[in-house]
Design a protein around this ligand. Structure first.
Ligand code: KIV
Length: 283
């Protein structure tokens, strides 16, 4: 049985912090599940970390569904949140409901996430009305990077902080079951967390959020540049490079594969084969 929005919301009320992390493929999602993480986000950050784009804007619905399916196939217990990519929900409420539906129906996700506050409240209400749980996402919203003008911490002035609180409250009122707060000044994130009855999940938003979300590649040390709001718990890029270099060295020197890593055939078959070849050559 997978974690549900009910069990996720209950964590806030029981004072249990929610650990959420991204995953984009079956193998890493299975490892994340084994580690005991209850919520996995198939983020559109896959545009950056899996597909090599400079931002999330080129990511399509088909890209997302491809990766959501893989994560769902690799897991049994985690709640899978599918990110709605840029332009899959902004142009019309109908697009939003249909594309959210695809994430559940085709992808197998349990809920969707979209970026935006008050202006998206009506959309959230309609998606939730269709029986699809929605996680909100406010503060720095990467799909609006061109409008925001760069990767900036949000809520640093009184009016910006007030706007964020309004955004969060309107998402809760619209029926969202949780809200991601990205790059939000920690005291503002705390205020929002205390104000809402649904969980806040922070990324670069301080310790007072009800949970935290990180990009798996940051946690594992797979990216070259450490980010301020991320903590690297391993140096997997170095370990990978070292392992692959050792493998290449072993191939070049003939140390790989050994007999133990190869497959044998019976002597009698080899003898017959040698005879056949000889006959063909003398024919
Ligand atoms: O796409 C993503 O990974 C996200 C997180 C950074 C919250 O939206």
């Amino acid at each position: 049985m997978r974690a549900t929005i009910r069990s996720i919301k209950a964590m806030k009320h029981k004072g249990r912090k929610i650990a959420m992390v991204t995953a984009y493929d079956a193998t890493s999602a299975a490892i994340v599940e084994r580690a005991g993480v209850p919520v996995v986000l198939v983020g559109d950050s896959l545009g950056n970390v899996m597909l090599g784009h400079g931002d999330t804007l080129p990511v399509t619905m088909d890209d997302m569904i491809h990766h959501v399916k893989a994560v769902v196939r690799g897991t049994e217990k985690v709640h899978v949140v599918a990110d709605l990519p840029f332009m899959s929900y902004q142009a019309s409420v109908e697009d939003a409901v249909r594309n959210s539906g695809r994430m559940l129906q085709e992808g197998g996700a349990q809920s969707v996430k979209l970026e935006g506050g008050r202006r998206l409240a009506g959309t959230v209400e309609r998606i939730v009305g269709a029986g699809i749980p929605v996680m909100g996402h406010i503060g720095f919203t990467p799909q609006s990077v061109n409008q925001i003008g760069g990767y900036r911490v949000q809520g640093k002035t009184t009016s910006a902080a007030e706007a964020l609180v309004e955004d969060a409250v309107s998402l809760e009122t619209a029926g969202a079951y949780a809200v991601v707060l990205e790059l939000v000044a920690a005291p503002v994130a705390r205020l929002i967390t205390e104000r809402l009855s649904i969980p806040t999940i922070g990324i670069g938003a301080g310790v007072h959020c009800d949970g935290q979300v990180q990009v798996l590649h940051d946690v594992l040390g797979l990216l070259p540049e450490p980010r301020k709001h991320a903590r690297r718990y391993a140096e997997i890029a170095d370990a990978m490079a070292q392992a692959v270099a050792q493998y290449a060295g072993d191939v070049q020197s003939g140390r790989f594969p050994t007999d133990a890593e190869s497959f044998c055939t019976e002597e009698s078959i080899l003898a017959e084969l040698a005879e056949d070849i000889l006959q063909q050559q003398t024919a």
